[in-house]
Design a protein around this ligand. Structure first.
Ligand SMILES: [Zn+2]
Length: 378
């Protein structure tokens, strides 16, 4: 009796009533609650949710509800079929469960919220359901969230790659990195130009036009696609990769010049200068500092390249009003979210399928709106 009172309080469904509560005779554990349609209430079509004339009733089905005091609770109900004037004879809409699932929506919500805190298999163990039931529960909340999320305010995104399957396979991830909302927006297999093109296709032209900032590393296939697709966006590249390019270029100039100088019979001014030129002057050792000073007195290509790089360093200290507003976006934000994603992948056992991984990541990092449940159980 107590169980029925609680259910009427927290989980009342319009047009349905809870009948008797019975204890499963075979196990002596499960509580089974019969549900019946309220008298004179009409069933609704599960396709369009319109009230329709009744047709017949199907055999009874059991639906797992949230256990109480670790005692399994099941709903027992014989679904009606309706004769909808649009969809013909179809099964009625059930407010507590969806489709063929034997788990109540409330139970799926409950399991999915636990799966954010502990591993999927631990949740399965704890509540006596299968791993597939956990996946089904997460799919339910994530699908709902993806369908109902609001993407109209996305102005800043970060693009990154992530290793899946012990480092040999990659996925491309796109995050929203606006100050008020940081979350996973999209994930696609591979890290090719084609992959990122798919994101822009899914995201749509209008939304893409509203993007103002894109942070990415200097992976060439991404850069090309970003330049082509996100025409209104500034592509913020990270400092580390830009300086690495400068250093690579400087080293190339030094090597070529060094070879040429020694071929022409000059004294080896550039010998053993690779690290002297690569380092910032303030990081040189006491031995290296005089070498640099001497080197700078020569009017050679390598020196000019070195000075160019040092000039560019000042760019990082340069702060204009425009730059200040853009500075809130950096690859650091992207890397922080990506570190979380990597953790999810690492702690995920049994996520061999890309599809499963995708759901796991959206569940953890998607910042998705949750389905409306009368009572949160949490
Ligand atoms: Zn219908």
């Amino acid at each position: 009796m107590l169980l029925k009172t609680i259910l009427n309080r927290i989980q009342h469904y319009k047009g349905f009533v809870y009948k008797s509560v019975q204890i499963d005779q075979s196990t002596g554990r499960e509580r089974i609650i019969d549900i019946e349609p309220r008298k004179n209430s009409r069933a609704t079509c599960s396709k369009c949710c319109k009230k329709s004339p009744g047709y017949d009733r199907l055999p009874e089905r059991l639906f797992m509800f949230v256990p109480m005091w670790s005692i399994p609770v099941l709903f027992r109900y014989r679904p009606r079929r309706v004769n909808c004037n649009v969809h013909g004879v179809v099964v009625e809409h059930l407010p507590w469960a969806k489709g063929k699932s034997s788990l109540c929506n409330a139970f799926r919500f409950f399991l999915s919220q636990w799966a954010r805190l502990i591993s999927w298999s631990q949740v399965a163990d704890r509540f006596g359901v299968s791993w597939d039931s956990i996946f089904e529960s997460i799919k339910y909340v994530v699908d709902h969230g993806l369908k109902n999320r609001d993407l109209s305010e996305v102005q800043a995104i970060g693009v990154d790659e992530i290793a899946i399957k012990s480092g040999h396979k990659y996925a491309t991830v796109v995050y929203q990195i606006d100050a008020g909302c940081r979350r996973l927006l999209w994930i696609g297999k591979d890290r090719k130009a084609k992959t990122l093109l798919r994101f822009f296709h899914d995201f749509g032209k209008e939304r893409t036009e509203r993007i103002k900032v894109i942070c990415s590393d200097m992976w060439k296939p991404y850069l090309k696609v970003i330049a082509k697709k996100a025409v209104n966006a500034v592509n913020v590249l990270d400092r580390f990769h830009i300086m690495k390019m400068f250093n690579d270029a400087l080293d190339k100039v030094r090597r070529e010049e060094s070879a040429k100088l020694s071929k022409d019979g000059y004294e080896p001014v550039l010998k053993n200068t690779r690290w002297i030129l690569a380092k910032r002057p303030e990081n040189l050792t006491d031995k290296q500092r005089p070498r640099l000073k001497e080197l700078l007195s020569y009017n050679i290509k390598s020196v000019r390249a070195y000075l160019l790089r040092e000039d560019f360093q000042q760019f990082w200290e340069y702060v204009s009003h425009w730059f200040l507003t853009k500075r809130q976006y950096s690859s650091g934000i992207v890397e922080a979210i990506n570190a979380n994603a990597k953790m999810t992948i690492r702690t995920a056992h049994g996520f061999r399928q890309f599809e499963t991984l995708k759901y796991a990541l959206f569940h953890k990092l998607g910042g998705l709106p949750l389905p409306q449940i009368n009572h949160k159980f949490f």
